[in-house]
Structures are given as C-alpha cells and as structure tokens.
Design a binder for this molecule. Structure first.
Ligand code: SF4
Ligand code: SF4
Length: 56
C-alpha cells in the first residue's frame, strides 16, 4: 500500500515537508510519491488543499 498523487495536484508543495520519510518530490507537472518508501501515514492527504493524494 502507498499513497498516490492524482492529477488534481496543483503543485503547491505543501505536502512535501509533511512526509515523515521524505518520499514526496516535485515532478513534472505534478508532485510524486515514491511508493517503495511511503509508509501510508496519510499526512500528505491531510495537508493537501485539493485532496490529490489518494490511498491506493
Ligand atoms: Fe509520505 Fe505519509 Fe504521504 Fe506516504 S502517506 S507519501 S509516508 S506523507
Ligand atoms: Fe500537490 Fe496537494 Fe502536494 Fe500541493 S499538497 S503539491 S496540491 S499533492
């Protein structure tokens, strides 16, 4: 299980600093989560203003 950032992402970057394992990085054009590192904590989903991170 891992979270995935969907196309709703507006690239604000708010989630990046909230990830305890630093597995979120800026992509092109949306932010991306490294599925192998994600520990499913949900911080990114709780921070995102548009609900882009979704649990797979
Ligand atoms: Fe990082 Fe947690 Fe979001 Fe996974 S669910 S990307 S560990 S903040
Ligand atoms: Fe994208 Fe949401 Fe992260 Fe902002 S907080 S970069 S909109 S996923």
């Amino acid at each position: 299980m891992a979270y995935v950032i969907t196309d709703e992402c507006i690239g604000c970057g708010a989630c990046e600093d909230q990830c305890p394992v630093s597995c979120i990085s800026a992509g092109d054009p949306i932010y991306v989560i490294d599925a192998d590192s994600c520990i499913d904590c949900g911080n990114c989903a709780g921070t995102c203003p548009v609900g882009a991170p979704q649990a797979e």
